[in-house]
Design a protein around this ligand. Structure first.
Ligand SMILES: [Fe+2]
Ligand SMILES: [Fe+2]
Length: 273
C-alpha cells in the first residue's frame, strides 16, 4: 500500500560556497520538518559559482538531495565532467546534441534517470532552453519522447522536469505542453524566484523559476560590487563571490503516487539566521 501523498522538494540553483553552506545548514531540518519524501536540487553553480565538482555533489547528496540537476554551466569546467558519468544522481540537460556519425562520442553524463525511493518511482528529466541560450536539440521534442515513453509503462513513474531556461515564454510553453501528463515542470537558471506557482490541468505543478539557493545580498549569486562594476564598465572582470547570509528556495509539491497528479504546490524561501 503506497502513501496517499508524497511530498517532493524541488530547489533552485545552488550558488557557490554560501549556497553549499545554506544547503548543509538548512536542508536537513527543512526536509524533516516538512516531511519531504524526495528532493531534487539544481547544482549547476555550486562549485565556485560555475559547475559542480564531484566533492560538492557528494556534499549536497549527503544532506538529503536525491538527484542533482544541471544546466548551461555543467560543462564549463572540464575537470568536473567525470563526475557526470560516475554519479547516477547527477544530471545534465538531456537535449545536448546526439552523436551524428558512427564512432562520435556522446556528451558526457546523462540527462534523466528513474529513481526508486520507499517503493515510489520518480523519473527526473533535466532540459535546457534555447531562447537566449546555445542551440541545443529541441527540448520540446526531447521531453515529448521521454514523457510518452514513461507514461506508456505499465506502472509509470512520477515525472519531474527541471527546465533550465532563460525565457519565461519557453518555460510556460513546455509546462503547458506537458500539463496533465507530468507531476511537475519547474524552471531554473535565472536565479530569481517567480511568484507564479500553480497547478496546471489539476495535475502538473509549475513555476517559471525556483529561485537560487545562495547568497541573499548578491546579484544572482555574485558580489554586488563586482556585478555593478561589470555593468558600468562593460569589462568582464572575474566574478567575485559574496560572504553573507544564504537562502534556500524552491517549491514543495504534494503528489498522489497512484494518479501521479500534483495536489498542491507551495513556494518556499528559508533564510539563514
Ligand atoms: Fe544557474
Ligand atoms: Fe544556468
Amino acid at each position: 500500500m503506497k502513501n496517499e501523498t508524497v511530498k517532493i522538494f524541488l530547489g533552485g540553483d545552488v550558488f557557490g560556497p554560501v549556497g553549499i553552506r545554506s544547503v548543509e545548514s538548512l536542508l536537513p531540518e527543512f526536509l524533516s520538518n516538512e516531511g519531504i519524501d524526495f528532493c531534487v536540487i539544481n547544482g549547476e553553480n555550486a562549485s565556485g559559482g560555475i559547475g559542480l565538482s564531484e566533492e560538492d555533489a557528494h556534499r549536497i547528496l549527503a544532506v538529503g538531495a536525491d538527484v542533482i540537476t544541471g544546466g548551461n554551466h555543467t560543462f564549463e569546467k572540464r575537470d568536473y565532467w567525470p563526475a557526470l558519468s560516475e554519479i547516477p544522481q547527477m544530471l545534465r540537460p538531456a537535449n545536448f546534441p546526439e552523436p551524428v556519425r558512427n564512432g562520435d562520442e556522446p556528451s558526457p553524463g546523462r540527462g534523466y534517470g528513474v529513481y526508486e525511493k520507499n517503493s515510489v518511482r520518480y523519473a527526473v528529466l533535466n532540459l535546457q532552453g534555447r531562447e537566449f541560450m546555445t542551440p541545443l536539440d529541441c527540448p520540446f521534442r526531447t521531453a515529448e519522447g521521454l514523457v510518452s515513453q514513461w507514461n506508456s509503462e505499465e506502472s509509470p513513474p512520477i515525472i519531474l522536469i527541471d527546465f533550465h531556461a532563460e525565457s519565461p515564454q519557453e518555460k510556460e510553453a513546455l509546462g503547458l505542453m506537458l500539463a496533465g501528463r507530468v507531476s511537475a515542470v519547474v524552471g531554473t537558471h535565472t536565479h530569481v524566484q517567480t511568484a507564479d506557482e500553480r497547478i496546471l490541468e489539476d495535475a502538473t505543478a509549475y513555476i517559471t523559476d525556483l529561485g537560487m539557493i545562495g547568497p541573499v545580498l548578491s546579484v544572482i549569486g555574485a558580489d554586488p560590487k563586482f556585478a555593478i562594476k561589470r555593468n558600468i564598465t562593460q569589462v568582464l572582470y572575474r566574478m567575485e563571490l559574496p560572504e553573507c547570509a544564504g537562502a534556500l528556495r524552491g517549491i514543495i509539491v504534494s503528489v498522489n503516487p497512484e494518479t501521479r497528479k500534483a495536489l498542491a504546490v507551495k513556494r518556499v524561501e528559508v533564510l539563514e539566521k
